[in-house]
Design a protein around this ligand. Sequence first.
Ligand SMILES: [Zn+2]
Length: 321
Amino acid sequence: MKNAEKSTDIYSREVVSMRDVEKTHAPGNSSSHSVSNPRLFDTPEAEAIKEEICAVGRKLWMRQFVDGNGGNISYRIGPNEILCTPTMISKYDLTPEALCMVDLEGRQIAGTMERTSEIYLHLEIYKSVPEAKSVLHCHPPHATAYAITGKVPPNMIIPEFEIFVGKVAIAPYKTPGTAEFAETVIPFVKQHNTVLLANHGTVCWADTVTHAEWYAEVLETYCWTLMLASQLGAPISYISEPQGSDLMAIKKRHGLPDARFDDSEMSESRAANLKTPRAVALTPTPAEGGTGECADAVGEVDIELIVRSVTEAVLKAIRAK
Ligand SMILES: [Zn+2]
């Protein structure tokens, strides 16, 4: 136990303090004077993304990451145009026709249903993180259990979590739907693709809608596993520092942000991000049977690539033991 505690010291820098994180509202980021293009709403690209948002919405509901009309999903399709889910709809019931489009100030520019009231949370992330193409907010129960206790999960226990999520930040509680609430994530989102929202849920950003949902899944499974392990009455063993460095190197190659990177490592990672292959969601198959159509065959190749990298890392870690 002592060893395990010692080996995590290097990774357990106090989760996120304001001094760690640069102020992210860069001047000139505001789009208040940009012109938006409502025609982007009906392009073939928009239609494909709408299908992906609906597929991801069903995944969220089937995994019990959303309840009632909870959760929301968006995608930046143009410099000043964001596709998003509407308010007051179960994410299981989403259809492409129900989706909306807003500008970067949250004004609705397309779609018949009213946009989600949480759009400002998404917009703050798009304004702060140029590489964020999709934002996804949901209430996964085990991750939210952490969020209501103000705790963040410890690191260097499971490789997948380190690579896809890593350090998790926790943003303070504010009333949902307000500008104040949206702004709580600004100090964290440049260095964290996944943030716990105190007394509320989680928010993730990624290069695709599918990847944003993956991060929510990885976080939720990790929190759940930790809770199960805590009931076994045996200490958790941690990944050693050299093995952890291997994971961080893989993470950098995938272009994923991490609060543990220094500035030059973060730039290196951002450059790699541009090469990250695109992946889209596979439509989940309902238990009673369904078409389970594949939205894009390329997605399977991308999933394979990432799974292979993680497997290699795990094998390497095992061999190093
Ligand atoms: Zn919520």
